[in-house]
Design a protein around this ligand. Structure first.
Ligand SMILES: [Zn+2]
Ligand SMILES: [Zn+2]
Length: 435
């Protein structure tokens, strides 16, 4: 709707600008473009002028132009400007580049006052997995809209093996945006491709995964990121878990030698079938085989843990789970968490994320997390389901909810998010309300 309105407006501007003698040239140049962009105008024109389309259209545009000029004359007299004067006006307008002004206003559409206010003096860094659509640098803007103090991103299309290299301009913009908006690299937790399986016993397939894994790590380094979160892998039913774990550790060791700064953060899994990493022991096993212990870590996904049988619902159950984590892995390896409720029951082994407080885990577990000092100073990332149109406000509400659980209610105002919702969504909401 918005773009249609814009294109209609552009058409009007062009019509206003077209002087008599340039009309034909303009028509030739912009004819195609007009036909594409002004579909509504086109339909109208077709109805009005079927035969001799070009001539009549030119005539119409001339008339339009003279009418507008007549209406706009400053001294109040309804005099029609001469063709010469119109032409001068046209070139003056060209010099002022009205179309560029349009573009500029489109660029500056996102303003600081649209961003949610972020909490300061915090120990819990809550945020969400945000989109990089339009360029990796947009992740920061998306996080700012929801008041995120941390964020996660995919570094490329997570369902494809190959991706074009990152644009140097986007890399620069990403780094600048992070600095400007105070997102330290330890609170940014990029997520690896779902295709990567470092535990695959098939050497050729594992090598393909390894190359994608290495490329992701290099992307992190280009962006100035120091954490990289990935799923450990699977035996694919063709080897023992121990063999698979050894493959994973070998790949991590190899990648750490080929890079210099990034920490490999292994995520716990929900644990069906041949998947590695549903038990804390398995994650600990991988870590024990990694040479550089400073550059390996763990991310606990609450939904995955719950599905794997780690209860978090009561104070007692939560403490037992955390003690088990501490015993097998240790909080010194905890580099981040994924905060997700679970659609399925304890020990279901199924990975189905639910919104905070709306699944089988329940709000109390998240209250315990938000008040657990062992989880300070790490990114706490939401990967909860989002509505088809309203992604940002959903995350925004959950961030607000989570901060509310430590008695520090976020000062975020709902206006911040509302401004970002597209015109289309606004219309939808209105029509719903009116019903
Ligand atoms: Zn994950
Ligand atoms: Zn996760």
């Amino acid at each position: 709707m918005l773009s249609l309105r814009r294109s209609e407006r552009l058409c009007e501007i062009r019509k206003e600008e077209s002087p008599n003698k340039n009309v034909k040239k303009e028509e030739k140049k912009e004819g195609k473009e007009r036909e594409e962009t002004c579909s509504t105008n086109k339909k109208r024109k077709r109805k009005d002028i079927k035969p001799n389309k070009k001539d009549k259209e030119v005539k119409r545009t001339k008339e339009n132009y003279t009418k507008k000029k007549a209406a706009k004359s400053e001294d109040g007299e309804t005099k029609v400007l001469s063709v010469f004067n119109q032409r001068i006006l046209y070139y003056l307008k060209l010099e002022n580049k009205p179309e560029r002004v349009e573009k500029k206003s489109r660029k500056t559409k996102i303003t600081q006052d649209m961003f949610a206010k972020r909490l300061s003096n915090i120990t819990k860094y809550v945020g969400a997995h945000v989109s990089i659509s339009g360029g990796v640098q947009n992740a920061i803007t998306n996080s700012l809209f929801i008041g995120g103090n941390a964020f996660a991103v995919f570094l490329r299309n997570q369902r494809r093996w190959t991706a074009p290299p990152l644009d140097p301009k986007n890399i620069e913009a990403f780094r600048e945006n992070c600095l400007q908006h105070n997102y330290a690299s330890k609170f940014i937790l990029p997520h690896g491709s779902y295709l990567i399986n470092l535990g695959n016993p098939d050497q050729e397939k594992r090598e393909k995964s390894y190359q994608a894994f290495l490329e992701d790590l290099r992307r992190c380094e280009l962006l100035g990121l120091t954490l990289y979160n990935f799923h450990p892998g699977s035996t694919v039913g063709n080897c023992t878990k121990e063999q698979s774990i050894q493959h994973i550790a070998n790949c991590i060791n190899r990648a750490l030698k080929e890079t210099s700064n990034v920490t490999c953060v292994i995520e716990n899994m929900a644990g069906s079938g041949n998947i590695i990493g549903s038990r804390f022991e398995e994650l600990a096993d991988i870590i024990s085989r990694v040479d550089d212990k400073n550059r390996v870590g763990v991310c606990i996904d609450t939904c995955h843990a719950f599905a794997a049988g780690y209860d978090l619902r009561t104070n007692k159950a939560y403490e037992e789970t955390m003690q088990e984590f501490s015993r097998h892995i240790g909080f010194q390896y905890l580099r981040g968490m994924h905060l997700n409720d679970s659609e399925t029951e304890l020990g279901s082994l199924r990975d189905r994320h639910a919104n905070i407080g709306k699944g089988h885990i329940g709000l109390e577990a998240f209250r315990l997390i938000m008040n657990d000092d062992r989880l300070n100073e790490i990114p706490l990332i939401l990967e909860t389901p989002i509505g088809p149109d309203d992604e940002l406000s959903d995350y925004h509400k959950e961030i607000e909810l989570l901060y509310g659980l430590i008695g520090k209610k976020s000062p975020i105002t709902t206006n911040c998010v509302k401004t970002h919702i597209t015109e289309k969504n606004k219309a939808k909401r209105k029509s719903k309300k009116s019903k």
